[in-house]
Design a protein. Structure first.
Length: 40
């Protein structure tokens, strides 16, 4: 499919979501996993 290429053309539109997702996902995932493991 060509959605990725279209996103690459729009750096402004692709940078914010990508950075936020990559930075927030790892941190939240680690914290969430620890919280879930401790609760379980």
């Amino acid at each position: 499919r060509l959605p990725p290429q279209n996103k690459k053309k729009g750096n402004k539109s692709s940078e914010p979501p990508a950075k936020k997702g990559k930075i927030e996902q790892p941190e939240e995932s680690d914290e969430f996993k620890l919280d879930v493991t401790e609760k379980l």
